[in-house]
Write a protein that binds this ligand. Structure first.
Ligand code: NAG
Length: 360
């Protein structure tokens, strides 16, 4: 136990030290990255722009984004030290400040529970499979991309309903997030003024409540994603593809979460996404992570993996489907370690059941 505390103090010291040193112009971490690979920060930035098709309107903007990029390389290095079983580095979001990142690609708002949310019944947990992945059972659509719109909550909600619909009908149908962005203004009963607001954020439980009250959700292709606010609602009742029968909140117990996942399909979960800005792959298991929930994602499975070289110990993880496209993380997925509510991943979990209808 003692070695953990010393490690932790070292990290705190490192964080402090690296924050101080980043303000004096020269960036020692970048130098280290440069030395490791024999390449300059400019080169990394060039690669980044090419890979993600980034174009900046003015020289000033370009200079500013380059600075943000450098400071994010710095953060990625800190994240790497705090989270050694994952790989942190350049991502599509490397030119966004943490604040811009939170505002443009997250979007969880509110905390409350709609009146129709039940508490999930306690399920037996003694015969749970060791590993489980709904992708292998056909219940998960391809990874989608929310773009620069805080609509994560709508992707989390459709993902859970897509899975539930598959379980009740045997058909995997991709559902419309844009319908939720345009039409769902369900308010949080526990937080005044907090309502589902398209690209400005929302809540999965409120989305289920909206779907329940509204009759259902259309197919993705019948109501395609634009990732923008302000569109009029084009919901067409005649084209409902999936409907909510009921939905429930799952307790924080990780065995209950696993049991609900296996029984009812992929689960809508909230998470703190701070490490996700720099995440490239591996099992994310940070020593410290805020439990302040700011992102909605889909829990599709669980497993465990041993990781060298620190200790040959099995690291259990949850498999998370994100909505930032396939070129983020591990083909669009995130693995976060299981066992101690890391980044709040166990704190807001909901399960949904679909009406047994085949739509049209
Ligand atoms: C839906 O309701 C049924 C019957 O009350 C219950 O057994 C089931 O757990 C509920 N499912 C969800 C996902 O809330």
């Amino acid at each position: 136990m003692v070695d953990h505390r010393i490690l932790f103090l070292l990290f705190v010291f490192f964080l402090f030290f690296s924050n101080v040193s980043s303000s004096d112009g020269v960036d020692p971490m970048i130098c280290q990255v440069v030395d490791d690979e024999g390449l300059g920060a400019e080169h990394h930035f060039l690669e980044f722009k090419r890979r993600f098709g980034k174009v900046y309107a003015t020289e000033e903007e370009h200079g500013y984004r380059f600075n943000v990029f450098k400071s994010n390389m710095h953060r990625a290095r800190r994240h790497q030290l705090l989270d050694p079983s994952a790989v942190h580095g350049v991502t599509r979001f490397s030119d966004l400040t943490p604040m811009e990142f939170r505002h443009s690609v997250l979007g969880l708002r509110g905390v409350g529970l709609p009146s129709d949310a039940d508490s999930a019944p306690i399920l037996p947990t003694d015969n749970l499979p060791k590993d489980f992945d709904w992708r292998e059972h056909g219940a998960v659509t391809p990874v989608k991309n929310q773009g620069s719109c805080g609509s994560c909550w709508s992707f989390s909600a459709t993902g859970a309903l897509e899975g539930a619909h598959f379980l009740s009908t045997g058909e995997l149908v991709s559902l419309s997030e844009q319908q939720l962005v345009d039409c769902d203004h369900q308010c949080d009963p526990e937080e005044a003024g907090s309502c589902d607001s398209g690209c400005n954020g929302g809540l999965m439980n409120s989305a289920f409540e909206y779907i329940l009250n509204n009759g259902g959700v259309m197919r993705e292709e019948d109501y395609p994603y634009s990732g923008t606010n302000g569109g009029t609602c084009k919901f067409d009742k005649a084209k409902i593809a999936a409907s909510v029968a009921n939905f429930s909140v799952v307790s924080r117990d990780e065995d209950q979460i696993a049991a609900n996942l296996v029984k009812n399909g992929p689960l809508a979960v909230a998470i703190n996404a701070v490490y996700m800005q720099t995440y490239v792959g591996g099992v994310s298991c940070p020593y410290v992570c805020s439990k302040k929930l700011n992102h909605g994602v889909l829990l599709v499975g669980y497993g465990s993996e041993s990781y060298a070289p620190i200790r040959m110990k099995q690291k259990p993880y949850w498999i998370i489907k994100n909505s930032w496209g396939e070129n983020w993380g591990e083909n669009g997925y995130y693995k976060i370690c299981r066992g101690r509510n890391i980044c709040g991943v166990d704190s807001m979990v909901s399960t949904v059941a679909a009406l047994h209808t085949t739509g049209n």
